[in-house]
Design a protein around this ligand. Structure first.
Ligand code: SF4
Length: 376
């Protein structure tokens, strides 16, 4: 296939849905034990709701929305740290747009901007570096956020800043890694999963090999998936096919974009600039070992965490928030007590309602909540 319309063809989608149905019948799961397939990536969650794919699946196949939206898993304490840096005299704080509205315990970056902090939205870390070169009298901080997908561009910007001798640029590094996160989910006692749709964007950088432990040690199938509706349906079908054939393998449906071995240049830049943190705090999931990176000692002068003393406090989510249970797939967004009432995209209590990749925002924007209506 060559054109995007071909990846959205309704007739082919119906054929795939029928095949999924056929395998589901062959697997013959009891009604109280449906097949649970987790899509790790927030981009998949968004596509699933945008194209109504959940409605094409049989009742015995349930999609579980995982923690692959980096904005959603940012803990409140880190947002507070951003605000504290942004509110310093002389600082220009730069960030991707979807992080602006994530609630901290005091305020979001957007509220800090309304209160007078110089917070600017950028499309890439290179934009932030350009701002730093234009304003040598100011300290420009870039909010480095995201999985391995965005890690390389931040790393390359730091290398560029070094080459150019820029002194007033630094990164508040909140980059996170996917493999320990998947492992933490698999080790969690309250989640029962049958297989995974692997993250397509992250796999463009790291390749497919790092997921081998999922099949080898946890005996679960995984299919790295693209983001168009047929990509996702085909990947679900591939997972189901493995289940019915009693296979556990890592397959790559998205090979047209995600090479088996990853992107060598990007991986070299990542390795050069970052080292693993011993642990990193995730919103709703707690602390996960080796799940985040920081800048290596050689790049300490570009590290906002070392340049500015940040409060670095652990802040618990509001009691009514059930973001953690949604992130682990233990409940559906509409089962959260405040979904659609106290928590909406206009008044988000949790980060999952902020980003377009957040499961709660996707349910709110596209969902019709049939199960909730049925229960009422
Ligand atoms: S509805 Fe709001 S508080 Fe509840 S899980 Fe979703 S984002 Fe979190």
């Amino acid at each position: 296939m060559k054109y995007v319309e071909e990846f959205r063809d309704g007739d082919t989608a119906r054929v795939l849905a029928k095949e999924i149905q056929r395998i589901a019948e062959a697997l013959d799961r009891p009604a109280d034990r449906p097949i649970h397939i987790m899509e790790v990536c927030g981009g998949h969650t968004h596509s699933i709701f945008r194209y109504g794919l959940e409605g094409m699946l049989p009742k015995s196949v349930e999609l579980v929305h995982g923690p692959g939206c980096p904005v959603c898993v940012l803990p409140m304490g880190r947002v507070d740290d951003c605000v504290s840096i942004a509110e310093r005299e002389g600082v220009i704080f730069t960030t991707f747009g979807d992080a602006m509205r994530v609630p901290g315990s005091r305020k979001s970056l957007l509220q800090a901007k309304a209160d007078g902090a110089d917070v600017r939205m950028v499309y890439s870390p290179m934009d932030a570096l350009t701002i730093a070169r234009r304003h040598p009298e100011r300290e420009v901080v870039f909010f480095g956020l995201g999985f391995e997908t965005t890690m390389p561009s931040t790393a390359l910007t730091i290398l560029q800043a070094e080459r150019l001798g820029v002194q007033n640029f630094s990164v508040f590094c909140n980059h996170i890694t996917i493999v320990p996160t998947i492992k933490a989910i698999l080790d969690s006692p309250d989640i029962r999963l049958d297989g995974f749709l692997g993250p397509g964007h992250v796999s463009m950088v790291i390749g497919v090999k790092p997921y081998e432990f999922v099949a080898r040690f946890y005996k679960k199938p995984m299919v790295v998936a693209g983001f168009e509706p047929l990509d996702i349906l085909q990947s679900i079908w591939m997972v189901m096919k493995q289940l019915v054939e009693a296979r556990c393998e890592i397959e790559n449906q998205y090979a047209r974009v995600a090479p088996e071995q990853g992107n060598d240049a990007a991986l070299r830049a990542v390795d050069h600039v970052y080292e693993l943190r011993e642990f990193f705090e995730w919103r709703g999931l707690g602390s996960i070992d080796h799940s985040g990176v920081r800048l290596r000692e050689e790049y300490a002068r570009f590290d906002a965490e070392r340049k500015f003393a940040v409060p670095n406090l652990k802040i618990a989510d509001p009691k009514s928030c059930q973001c953690g249970e949604v992130l682990k797939g233990a409940i559906k967004p509409w089962q959260c007590k405040v979904f659609g009432t106290a928590c909406t995209p206009h008044t988000p209590l949790g980060a999952l309602m902020v980003s377009s990749e957040g499961a709660c925002a996707a349910y709110y924007q596209y969902g019709v909540f049939p199960k909730r209506e049925a229960a009422e």
